[in-house]
Write a protein that binds this ligand. Structure first.
Ligand SMILES: Nc1ncnc2c1ncn2[C@@H]1O[C@H](COP(=O)(O)OP(=O)(O)OP(=O)(O)O)[C@@H](O)[C@H]1O
Ligand SMILES: N[C@@H](CCO)C(=O)O
Length: 316
């Protein structure tokens, strides 16, 4: 379930009025999702999604919402946050920070084929290019400093082979991050959590990307690596799927060719992407926060992906 806060219809009506979005026709809680309260909100002006942010601070939220607005204005299919008369995108419902965005058409494609991977690659490159002119800055809050701070907390909960891999991979990633090649990577706002379940398709048409709540400024290559690690693998073994990856990379590069530094560091960033989600999943699994709403994902999946990327580096 993903209705942690019940929104009475009169509160939804008041918000629609505040945003000049018409009369409420239907308010329906959304079952998927584990972080926020989400409702489908239908008015006589269209279909929307109302999100109440249960864990993110009001300080972090403007970066995500204004980035979505910027991308939407730039023609990237992402949910477009609706503004009130003052131009504010962040509202308040039942005492929680809240936003209203348009509902995307379609459904997630959890078994993507080459065409889906190509559509994702092309859109990711466009998103990176449109993001260049976004003027707000927030680092990727789940980047290297967070890995360095969080890994020591999970070490006590894992076995010796995992401790060894976490330590050696963190040392490697700190070394990479200090290198001139890493400094040469192009950067900008990235989604940073572009898994299959955060993208909608209607057949082979990609209709939108959502859930920007881990976005931040980071290397574009890191975003691409996170995507490759989720879309272009054998789900059981974590092995890289070269055919689907080549569709994604080809379509990405048709919009924005990778630089020499990016080609050189792709193997390292694939490892970084696997490490990031291994650590966050270990953290969610072993150290659930108080009143946590998370149903933890399986950490062992990203341990397998990381071991695969270390054993068989992927080159372009
Ligand atoms: N703009 C949108 N258009 C259509 N459906 C949406 C939209 N936003 C969210 N949804 C639906 O609501 C579900 C939950 O949203 P989301 O994944 O953002 O949940 P969450 O709790 O915020 O995050 P998490 O994915 O980390 O659990 C999605 O799987 C999707 O089906
Ligand atoms: N995509 C993340 C969850 C946070 O959205 C994971 O699979 O671990």
């Amino acid at each position: 379930m993903a209705v942690f806060t019940e929104v009475p219809p009169q509160d939804a009506r008041a918000l629609l009025c505040h945003l000049q979005l018409g009369e409420l026709l239907e308010l329906r809680g959304i079952e998927g999702g584990i972080e926020n309260t989400n409702y489908f909100l239908t008015s006589d002006q269209g279909e929307f999604v109302l999100t109440l942010f249960e864990r993110l601070s009001a300080g972090q939220l403007p970066f995500y919402l204004y980035l979505m607005k910027h991308l939407a204005l730039g023609g990237v299919p992402v949910p477009d946050p609706r503004a009130d008369r003052n131009g504010d995108l962040l509202h308040s419902v039942c005492g929680k920070p809240a936003a209203v965005v348009n509902k995307l058409r379609g459904k997630s494609q959890l078994a993507p084929q080459g065409a889906h991977c190509a559509a994702m690659g092309a859109l990711l490159a466009r998103m990176h290019l449109v993001g260049r002119s976004f003027d707000r800055h927030q680092p990727n809050l789940r980047g290297l400093p967070w890995w360095n701070a969080t890994a020591p907390l999970v070490l006590a909960h894992v076995g010796a082979p995992q401790v060894a891999l976490l330590r050696s991979e963190l040392a490697y990633q700190n070394h990479v991050a200090a290198s001139p090649a890493y400094a040469a990577l192009p950067r900008g706002p990235v989604h940073a959590d572009l898994f299959r379940d955060n993208v909608m398709f209607d057949g082979e048409e990609l209709t939108g990307v959502f859930d920007f709540y881990f976005a931040g400024v980071d290397a574009w290559l890191f975003d691409l690596a996170v995507c490759l690690n989720d879309w272009c693998i054998d789900p059981a073994s974590g092995a890289h799927d070269a055919a689907r990856a080549s569709r994604m990379l080809g379509a990405y590069q048709a919009v924005r060719p990778l630089s020499a530094a990016e080609r050189a560091l792709l193997p390292a960033m694939l490892r970084a992407g696997a490490l990031r989600f291994w650590i966050s999943r270990l953290w969610d699994f072993h150290l659930p926060r108080e009143a946590s709403m998370l149903t933890p994902h399986d950490p062992a999946h990203f341990e397998r992906v990381l071991r695969e990327r270390v054993a068989r580096p992927v080159r372009v």
